[in-house]
Write a protein that binds this ligand. Structure first.
Ligand code: SAH
Length: 358
């Protein structure tokens, strides 16, 4: 059987797996539950380790199915806080990045949903090479599973804040959310999943409709439509007011708390005037605000705001009753984030060797 004809078994829902096992493989239904548990509860990396299945069945599965497994080609461990940043190789040789962060309340996985990104935000390293392709459901799942296998730890929270735009790949992201939260599988609470978007209005609406329990984060980054357009090309397609109205609708429909992300870029969006515009905006569209000191990307001349300016900006917002935090910097000793690791690797000698091999 050619690779393309094989079933991507990690992407099947429990019901789909049951019909595949009984109808296509001619096995008893309880086998499907055993296999599902190996795939999603024990995050198996091979059919061989599925020790309660017969050798014959394991062979049948290996012949008929593709078991998507990601290979951590590099793991960078922070000496400061134990953050683990991974470069993962996909079955077709593409490289993505995933991060495991430690917090008091548990471990958070930051996952990518695309190879590269088409959104073109000016300060973001993922945007530089454009979009290569969407990730498949099984590949997004495997980011979480492969990190747990490698680290020996459990993950309690997921943020879709790696490379790519999740709302541009909802056909794969929604089944990912369903599978990772499923009973009999990893059973992670949907409330512990955050989907971050640059502001794709139909996607926000679809998410509210189909996955009302997940948390939404909006990458705001500017207090006005004009300024936002300078930083984020998507603002040409969806006007700020339209995006914020979709977020408000999301909040009303789902009852979930919403977060706005705001990257602070020196001299671009961090002065008092902008803080005041932001206060006025958040008065009309209340939400939690997360300030992120920008990670400088070497191809862009955006720099991080001074510590003093960041604290001033925050103080001004707080004085006006805005619920605001500064994002704690994690793994500061192991390079930036948001596609910088992958980009650095692809440009290095090692990365080009890897690309040639695949
Ligand atoms: N496409 C989604 C999710 C990916 S990025 C989105 O736009 O939300 C996750 C967050 O990191 C976004 O808020 C994004 O704007 C931010 N980000 C991107 N590049 C950054 C950089 N260089 N420094 C700090 N944050 C960055």
């Amino acid at each position: 059987m050619s690779a393309e004809d094989r079933t991507d078994i990690r992407a099947l829902s429990r019901e789909e797996l049951k019909s595949f096992v009984t109808e296509s493989l001619g096995e008893k239904a309880f086998r499907a539950d055993q296999i599902y548990s190996w795939l999603h509860e024990k995050y198996a990396a091979s059919f061989d380790e599925m020790s309660n299945l017969s050798k014959d069945l394991r062979k049948k599965l290996a012949d008929r199915c593709e078991l998507v497994t990601l290979k951590p080609v590099k793991v960078y461990v922070s000496k400061i806080d134990g953050t683990r940043k991974y470069l993962m190789q996909l079955p077709d040789g593409n490289i993505i990045e995933s991060v495991l962060m430690r917090y008091d309340y548990g471990n958070t996985a930051c996952v990518s949903c695309q190879v590269g990104c088409a959104m073109g935000c000016k300060f973001c390293a993922s945007a530089i090479g454009g979009l290569t392709r969407d990730l498949r459901t099984s590949e997004i799942l495997e980011e979480v599973y492969a990190m747990m296998r490698e680290s020996g730890e459990r993950i309690s929270h997921i943020v879709m804040m790696g490379c790519g735009e999740p709302l541009q790949n909802l056909d794969q992201v929604i089944p990912f959310i369903e599978l990772i939260s499923s009973e009999g599988g990893y059973h992670l609470s949907k409330r512990n999943i955050t989907v971050s978007t640059c502001g794709i209005v139909p996607g926000i609406k679809r998410l509210a409709e189909e996955e009302p329990q997940v948390t939404l984060a909006l990458s705001l980054h500017a207090p006005t439509q004009e300024k936002r357009r300078e930083l984020m090309p998507i603002a040409n397609k969806y006007d700020l007011e339209e995006v914020l109205n979709a977020c408000r609708e999301h909040q009303q429909k789902t009852g979930r708390r919403l977060t706005y992300e705001y990257c602070l870029v020196s001299g671009v969006n961090d002065n008092n005037e902008e803080a005041r515009e932001l206060i006025a905006l958040l008065d009309r569209y209340p939400a939690h605000l997360n300030l992120i000191p920008v990670n400088p990307v070497k191809e862009r001349d955006y720099t991080r705001s001074d510590r003093k300016d960041i604290l001033n900006f925050k103080k001004l917002l707080e004085k006006n009753g805005i619920n605001v935090t500064i994002r704690r910097e994690i793994g500061a000793d192991i390079d930036g984030a948001c596609g910088q690791l992958r980009k650095g690797y692809l440009e290095s000698a090692e990365g080009s060797e890897q690309a040639e091999q695949s």
